[in-house]
Each structure stands twice: as structure tokens, then as C-alpha cells.
Design a protein around this ligand. Structure first.
Ligand SMILES: Nc1ncnc2c1ncn2[C@@H]1O[C@H](COP(=O)(O)OP(=O)(O)OP(=O)(O)O)[C@@H](O)[C@H]1O
Length: 270
């Protein structure tokens, strides 16, 4: 496990390890500024739900953190490493300690489930085939897929199985943090709840840190330890469900105090 030298006092006064620190980040395309001075911390072992209106920049931030989009200014420290200052070796170390589940799973259609899970192993490690098979079967089990799913191609899987297979691939190298981009979209409510439960179990058993972009109110209210809301090109508010309910921003109010939210919140709190 990577040592993290960064600790921060949270809003509740606890001192926690910071796994991801985004500071004053600005990102734009041409004349359009999408993120303007955005700051956010993600703590070790938490599930952070990241929400915001469509087009507010959630994917842009995720892609910037992953190094797929260049920021104009600001700093991003992931797993204790300032990504702008990382040399190739340091970048590789960080890459190996993070997993990503892209929207819709993004599995390679020409590879079986087992081969998909082995992609990061092939990319970063030099392991004998038998060991890679064994490790991939362990990941299958971890995400609740049967061994019979291993030789199947993505086109032969249900939506829920695709998400689980993609999660198994994201977990292939036992990362410290996983980034999940709308992991429950397209799943029925039962499948979505089971997926959330699985993510919670991974947090509890592996100490996994989860950064989850989601529109799923159920996930935000029941699975996430903390919520951050993107609006006005930065993080408008972050905190617990109660912090969201106390927030007076019109979008946050409409989202968390709307009719659907009240129903879910009532059933989640019993
Ligand atoms: N490569 C790009 N070039 C130009 N503009 C872009 C690019 N990528 C994203 N944008 C713009 O950035 C803004 C934010 O997009 P983004 O996809 O991050 O929104 P989002 O919050 O993830 O939305 P959704 O919830 O609908 O997925 C949009 O206006 C989008 O058009």
C-alpha cells in the first residue's frame, strides 16, 4: 500500500489521510471554462459520491484527474504524488494503485471476461499465465460473478454482469482508489442496490477508497459516506446527506429535497 504523507482535518474535526487532493483546478476548452478554481479532498476508505447537473463538468474533472485532459491551472495530488511533478516511474506507481470503471463498463468486446480482467496485469506486471488466471478468478469471486462467466464475451453478459466484470478489471491490481463513472446507470433498482452493497463491502474489507460519479439518488443517500456537489464550475457543497438537506443552493435543494429524494430518504432511514 502506498504511504500517504498528507493528512487533513475534516469538517467534523477528525484527522484523515487524503488520498486525492484537488486544489484550485481550472479546466477549459477554447473560450469555455468548465471548471474554475475547483478544490476537493477524498479521504482514505470513504465512498465519495460526486454529483452535479448534466453538463456541469463531472466527467471533465474525472478525466482531468486521470490525466486524460490537461488542466489550465491548479494542482492534483493523487496517492501523495503531485501529478505535474511525477516522473515516468512515479506516474506508473500511481497508475498501478488506481482502478477505473468507465461508464457502460468499457470492456474490450473481443476479449473474454477473464482476459478483460487480465488487461491491467498484462500492462503492468510480468506474471506467468497460470498465476494471472488464478488472480483473475479471485477477482471474479470478489465481485460476485460465477466462474462460468470467465470464458464469456461482454456481448453475452447482462448489464449488471458487465458492471461487475468491469469492476473486477478495475480491482485487478488491488488498487488503493477506484474511480467509478455512473456505475449503476442502466441497472434496475435491485441490481443497482446490489452493486452499491458490493462497493460498500469492498470499502469495508479492503479499505478501498471510492470516487463515484453518480446521478443515482439511491446510491448517494444509502451508499456514499460523503457527497460533493459540482455547480458553478466548482464544488458547491460537500458533506453528509444532512449537509445536503441543509444547503440552500437552489439546485441542491431541488435535487435532495425533491419528491423522489424524500421518498428514498424516508425508506433509507426507516
Ligand atoms: N473535449 C471537449 N471539448 C470541448 N468541450 C468539452 C469537452 N469535453 C467536455 N466538454 C464540455 O464540458 C462541459 C462538461 O461536460 P461533462 O461531460 O464533464 O459533463 P457532466 O457533468 O459529466 O455531464 P453528464 O452528467 O451529462 O454526463 C460540457 O459543456 C461539455 O460540452
Amino acid at each position: 500500500m502506498v504511504l500517504i504523507d498528507e493528512q487533513r482535518e475534516t469538517q467534523t474535526g477528525e484527522t484523515r489521510d487524503v488520498v486525492l487532493s484537488v486544489r484550485d483546478v481550472t479546466v477549459g476548452f477554447g473560450d469555455t471554462v468548465v471548471l474554475d478554481g475547483l478544490s476537493l479532498d477524498v479521504y482514505r476508505g470513504e465512498i465519495l459520491g460526486f454529483v452535479g447537473a448534466s453538463g456541469s463538468g463531472k466527467s471533465v474533472l474525472l478525466r482531468t484527474i486521470l490525466g486524460l485532459i490537461r488542466k489550465r491551472s491548479g494542482m492534483i495530488r493523487l496517492l501523495g504524488q503531485d501529478l505535474d511533478k511525477a516522473n515516468d516511474e512515479q506516474r506508473l506507481k500511481v497508475d498501478m494503485r488506481q482502478g477505473v470503471l468507465f461508464q457502460h463498463g468499457a470492456l474490450f468486446s473481443a476479449l473474454t471476461v477473464l482476459e478483460n480482467i487480465q488487461v491491467p496485469m498484462r500492462e503492468y506486471l510480468d506474471l506467468p499465465r497460470a498465476l494471472m488466471d488464478e488472480l483473475a478468478y479471485l477477482k471474479l469471486e470478489l465481485v460476485g460473478l460465477p466462474r462460468t462467466a470467465a470464458p464469456k464475451f461482454p456481448s453475452e453478459l447482462s448489464g449488471g454482469m458487465i458492471k461487475r466484470a468491469a469492476l473486477a478489471r478495475a480491482l485487478a491490481l488491488d488498487p488503493d482508489i477506484v474511480f467509478l463513472d455512473e456505475p449503476t446507470s442502466g441497472l434496475d433498482p435491485i441490481g443497482a442496490a446490489e452493486f452499491d452493497e458490493l462497493v460498500g463491502k469492498l470499502r469495508d474489507t479492503m479499505g478501498l477508497t471510492v470516487y463515484m460519479v453518480t446521478h443515482d439518488l439511491d446510491s448517494l443517500l444509502t451508499a456514499c459516506d460523503r457527497i460533493a456537489v459540482l455547480g458553478g464550475k466548482r464544488v458547491l457543497v460537500d458533506g453528509t446527506v444532512d449537509d445536503m438537506l441543509a444547503c440552500d443552493d437552489p439546485w441542491v435543494k431541488a435535487y435532495f429535497r425533491g419528491k423522489r429524494a424524500r421518498q428514498i430518504d424516508r425508506s433509507a432511514r426507516g
